[in-house]
Design a protein around this ligand. Structure first.
Ligand SMILES: Nc1ncnc2c1ncn2[C@@H]1O[C@H](COP(=O)(O)OP(=O)(O)OP(=O)(O)O)[C@@H](O)[C@H]1O
Length: 431
């Protein structure tokens, strides 16, 4: 059953904060709550959680006392307990420490898991709070500014953790970053669009001109929200580059099931070559045709895409054991990204031809085409649309002249519609 917020009103003294607010949160939906600072995001979340009284209106479809797990703007963790103990407190019947440690090590360095959390950095404490929240069972997860203090790479790890552990619960995240919505595959709820604005509220909202100055051009409302977010988050990234980022987030590995110790051997079986790259050296350039499949044997590589304005944006980082650009050699596509060694790295390149033969000889679920199919399905799920809806949206956009679909790429013809905030995560990182 969906959660319905109807005609909600809240006043503090003489200040109207929420005025006849209406929002519906569908079962299993992912939402980002956005709005100018002071617009009432935290107040709304607190009312949903029954921590703040409302003046009028009703919220149905959720029992706030037992069905909501939440992460507040401040970390509500016990400072003298370890991360593991803080998380294990969420269970009446304690879970094995090993299990909690394994879970936490997805977002925290292993060595800090048994330390009192008061000794951890601000960003680490945020992650302990988040893990506690994710471990509580319920119907809805509420996160208030969960990404403060996290760099882009950590944020991607944390988002991947959230998506993996969400288990189809409603996810409502208050945030200021539009790229967070794209990374989460969330529908954006603009608080100012869901209520009757008083003159005072209206005055607090930046004007279109102020927004334009701040954002460098407002995106148009032509395109459906999930796809628009995908493209905004992706900048002028091709679908291939976007999928690459998605793969980094979801930790998909084509070589899953093959022992790490076997990878170098695969090099000899599959006509592979190992090459060393010093930090900063270019591995793949945009537009290179990929005929080889690359595995990071040691070090770290970073993939960047380039916008029409020549701004480079980090797509994803791939560390030891990760394969990058899996889809590209398999489909024989041109590289939509530039890959650079972020540290001194050893890369194993496998021949595409031999690799495909090898994959075809594997049991059917390891077959290349099936992997490609599941990737598409995953991307559609990640964007929170059905695969049919995804392809329909792309067709509609093509008809409107917004994009041109190529075999493996989507070229954006009107980039101004997808303008990015200059302060979004999509920024010039690499010169
Ligand atoms: N307990 C309170 N008493 C009086 N005023 C309050 C109280 N809580 C919030 N407010 C006011 O209500 C308005 C909305 O605050 P709220 O924290 O919900 O905004 P927000 O959108 O979450 O802001 P931010 O993005 O900066 O976190 C602000 O003007 C704030 O000063």
């Amino acid at each position: 059953m969906s959660v319905q917020i109807r005609n909600l009103c809240k006043t503090f003294g003489s200040k109207k904060v929420l005025n006849n607010l209406n929002i519906t949160l569908e079962d299993g939906g992912i939402y980002c709550l956005m709005g100018p600072s002071g617009m009432g995001k935290t107040t709304l979340l607190r009312i949903i959680m029954n921590l703040e009284s409302k003046d009028a209106g009703e919220i149905t479809g959720i029992d706030p006392d037992v069905e909501i797990s939440s992460m507040f703007q401040e970390d509500r963790i016990l400072p003298m307990l370890s991360a593991v103990a803080n998380v294990n407190m969420m269970y009446e019947k304690k879970r094995p420490v090993k299990e909690i440690k394994e879970d936490l090590s997805q977002i925290l360095p292993k060595k800090c898991l048994r330390q009192p959390v008061c000794e951890l950095s601000g960003g680490m404490k945020r992650r302990v709070s988040l893990a506690r929240c994710m471990h509580y069972q319920g119907k809805m997860i509420i996160l208030d500014e969960p990404f403060t203090g996290l760099d882009m790479a950590t944020k991607q790890e944390v988002i991947s953790y959230i998506l993996k552990n969400r288990r189809n619960r409603i996810l409502l995240v208050a945030t200021h970053g539009i790229e967070d919505a794209a990374l989460l595959g969330a529908e954006v709820i603009h608080l100012e669009n869901c209520q009757e604005l008083t003159d005072e509220m209206q005055a607090a909202i930046p004007s279109a001109q102020e927004m334009e100055e701040k954002l460098g051009g407002e995106p148009d409302g032509l395109i459906s929200s999930s796809l628009k977010q995908m493209l905004m988050g992706a900048g002028e990234m091709s679908v291939g580059a976007y999928m690459m980022r998605h793969m980094a987030e979801t930790n998909l590995k084509l070589l899953d099931g093959i022992l790490e110790s076997e990878w170098e051997n695969m090099g000899s079986i599959l006509d592979g070559r190992i090459q060393e790259f010093e930090a900063g050296k270019l591995i793949w350039n945009i537009g290179d045709t990929c005929t080889e499949f690359a595995v990071v044997l040691s070090g770290m590589v970073a993939a960047y895409t380039e916008s029409l304005k020549q701004v480079e944006s980090l797509v994803a980082k791939f560390g030891q054991g990760r394969c990058f650009g899996e889809m590209l050699p398999l489909s024989g596509a041109c590289s939509p990204v530039k890959v650079v060694a972020a540290e001194d790295s050893r890369i194993l390149f496998l021949s595409r031809e031999k690799l495909i033969k090898y994959l075809n000889s594997l049991p059917t679920e390891k077959d290349g085409s099936k992997i490609m199919f599941s990737m598409q399905k995953e991307t559609a799920q990640y964007l929170h649309v059905s695969p049919e809806a995804l392809s329909k949206e792309l067709n509609d956009m093509e008809r409107k002249g917004l994009i041109r679909k190529e075999e493996n790429k989507v070229q954006i013809l009107q980039p101004e519609l997808f303008a990015l905030r200059p302060d979004s995560g999509i920024r010039s990182i690499h010169k």
